[in-house]
Write a new protein. Structure first.
Lengths: 471, 194
């Protein structure tokens, strides 16, 4: 019987199996950042342990670094966390893309960009959006700090073999429907925990035709459906993205890797614990209106009413979400006024995302009631965008143009949405307080965020005829 | 981590679904480099008013709900980020057991690693327990060895737990120490890769 890519990668990484225990899996790449690692390093030190494979470990700073002026860090506690990472990396010989390093960026943007992320790998990081790296055909998942310590010490992790879920998306997307809309649509249809205990394999025509950037957006939000990991089979798109990247072998060695990677692709007769199929024609530009990512509707729809839900728990969730968001049942999505626009985060801050947003922005102005910022996913994305003149397009329209970091996705630095105000955000979570205490987040694609910036409320980008080529 | 066998303590109702880790411990408190002292920030946005005073309508602030060790909640508890600060905050506040119909994966694992026991029970049983937990005083006895939960009014149910985690929790073992005993296997795997 055939195997899925999930089963193939899993089997290749089993170090030890024993009755009554999870599998002990080898980890090929461990990404580290400043927020979830300090307690892990002090744990090592307390027990006199060391990092087994610093050469398979890579660190950066992203969660709480400033994106405006990097020379002055006023937050002393955040500064302490950053200098602690520097000291830990030095002591344990771990490569670090620190605050002044040209490779610095959001950990899930730089892993792929540097070619650290490769097909067939097992990848972990103390961050739930590690699922992003699955776009390359790797099993990549977020872990807690105890497991960060465990991987540092042993380069392995104990894991129960996950269940498998295939999501097949066929048909053609409408113009103006982004990868972000596809994953938000999946969440809106199947809810917020349908993937718990599973690894998702995304397949179908729509995924096949997507760029690596789009696949990363999809895999990134697997965790919002409860799945720790989501992946896409590697193909020519994957290989050509990786060719020539900094940490990828060149020449004959690369071609040998490609042959190996091709063998990972799911067999046609592979079976799955669950299969979902959908038609992309049903997908429209999406906007979240509630306090979890599954509380999302098409931009042309209205906010649901209590009668749309069956259970008391669901009705109560709707009521408390709308109370927090300051919205009414049945209100039209297009009537929601916004005061902030955030284009950034590990979901949508790559060069392609910025190009897309710029094509909507070009020649327009940000609405006078809106404050808008672009935070590129890495310093590399930033400089490439500047070479293309995207920064000028954004600045001329009235956007702030920042240095890279997680920024307003979780507002650990100074990039905060004030209480009671609405933000059209290309990030991944609309939880209460995520972008600031009392902040009201609406998850959207980069072009939907750009269109909202111009109009001051949500608009259906499919109706906007004026898109300017930016390249 | 200390071992855990049985516990008979106060259990309170926390009738909320999809409680995410951003609510359990908001991001502004993730900048510390220690594992301790997070309890004061648990459920910060719900627990405190804008002026820093306690929010009197929040469950944990009510007199009847003080000094509890067992939290009874609704489905998908702990969804969202991988921050282990969430179980650190729950534990530091005093919670040792969380009961819910379902848990998010990463949170569930993070609890186990820190000696907080997350127990998933069928929805009907949680509905029953939520009602009981709203009336105080209310105590539950959790027996990890026998995998049972019961109260003094005759409520008695059994629960499932992975055998591996049961052994780890009951003995308070250090997982890294166990793995390091398998160092030869890891080295052999690495050599085969070359």
């Amino acid at each position: 019987m055939g195997q899925s890519i999930i089963e193939k990668i899993w089997e290749q990484h089993i170090v030890h199996q024993e009755e009554g225990k999870p599998d002990l899996l080898y980890i090929d790449l461990h990404l580290v950042h400043e927020v979830t690692s300090p307690q892990a390093f002090s744990g090592l030190r307390m027990k006199g342990r060391t990092v087994r494979r610093p050469d398979k470990t890579f660190a950066t700073m992203d969660h709480n670094i400033p994106t405006d002026n990097r020379k002055v860090i006023n937050d002393k506690i955040a500064l302490n966390q950053m200098t602690t990472l520097e000291k830990n990396c030095e002591e344990f010989q771990i490569p670090l893309a620190g605050i002044d390093h040209p490779d610095q960026g959001i950990v899930h943007v730089i892993g792929p960009e540097l070619g650290l992320t490769q097909p067939g790998m097992t990848i972990v990081c103390g961050d739930s959006h590690t699922s992003t790296h699955g776009a390359f055909g790797s099993i990549a998942f977020g872990i807690g700090t105890s497991e960060v310590e465990h991987v540092l010490a042993t380069q392995t992790i104990w894991r129960q073999k996950p269940k498998t879920l295939k999501i097949e998306i066929n048909g053609k997307r409408q113009q103006g429907v982004s990868a972000k809309d596809v994953i938000l649509y999946v969440l809106s249809q199947y809810g917020f925990d349908f993937g718990t205990g599973h690894v998702i394999e995304y397949t179908g025509e729509v995924i096949d035709h997507m760029s690596m950037e789009e696949r990363m957006t999809i895999c990134n939000m697997s965790i919002e459906g409860g799945a720790r990991a989501g992946l896409v089979n590697p193909d020519e798109t994957t290989f050509s993205y990786l060719r020539g990247r900094k940490y990828v072998p060149t020449g004959e060695a690369f071609e040998q890797l490609v042959t190996k990677w091709q063998s990972l692709v799911s067999d046609e007769d592979a079976t799955y614990d669950r299969v979902i199929t959908m038609d992309a024609a049903n997908i429209a530009p999406m906007v979240s209106w509630g306090t979890n990512p599954a509380m999302t509707s098409k931009v042309t729809d209205s906010i649901p009413t209590s009668s749309d839900y069956e259970t008391a728990v669901e009705k109560k969730s709707l009521e408390s979400a709308l109370k927090y968001m300051g919205l009414e049942e049945g209100q039209k999505i297009e009537d929601i006024q916004i005061q902030h626009v955030f284009i950034g985060s590990c979901t949508n801050s790559r060069l392609e995302d910025l190009r897309e947003a710029a094509s909507v922005i070009k020649g327009n102005k940000v609405h006078p009631d809106v404050r808008a910022l672009v935070v590129p996913g890495s310093q590399t994305v930033k400089s490439l965008a500047e070479e293309e003149g995207l920064d000028e397009i954004f600045r001329e329209a009235g956007f702030e143009w920042r240095d890279s970091g997680c920024s307003m996705c979780l507002s650990m630095n100074n990039d905060i949405v004030p209480s009671g105000e609405h933000c059209a955000s290309t990030s991944n979570r609309n939880f209460e307080g995520r972008q600031g205490s009392g902040a009201r987040t609406h998850l959207v694609s980069p072009i939907m965020a750009a269109a909202a910036a111009i109009h001051g409320h949500f608009v259906d980008v499919r109706k906007m005829v004026e898109r300017q080529p930016v390249r | 981590m200390t071992g855990f066998k049985t516990l008979k303590e106060k259990a309170i109702a926390f009738d909320r679904a999809n409680v995410d880790t951003d609510q359990i411990i908001p991001k502004q408190f993730l900048k510390r480099i220690e594992k301790t002292g997070f309890g004061q920030y648990l459920f910060y946005e719900w627990r405190y008013m804008a002026d820093g005073s306690l929010n009197p309508t929040f469950e944990l602030n009510q007199d009847k709900n003080q000094h509890a060790s067992i939290l009874i909640a609704n489905e998908n508890f702990g969804c969202g980020s991988s921050r282990e600060h969430a179980p650190w905050a729950l534990l530091d506040y005093g919670f040792k057991v969380i009961l819910a119909p379902s848990f998010a994966d990463i949170f569930h694992q993070n609890c186990m690693k820190n000696g907080v026991l997350p127990i998933a029970l069928p929805k009907e049983q949680i509905v029953q327990l939520l009602e009981k937990g709203k009336q105080q005083p209310y105590q539950l006895e959790v027996n990890l060895e026998k995998q049972t939960i019961g109260d003094e009014t005759g409520f008695q149910v059994s629960f499932e737990i992975d055998a591996y985690w049961k052994t780890m929790l009951m003995n308070g073992w250090d997982e890294i120490e166990i793995t390091l005993q398998l160092a030869d296997h890891i080295t052999a795997y690495e050599q085969a890769l070359r």
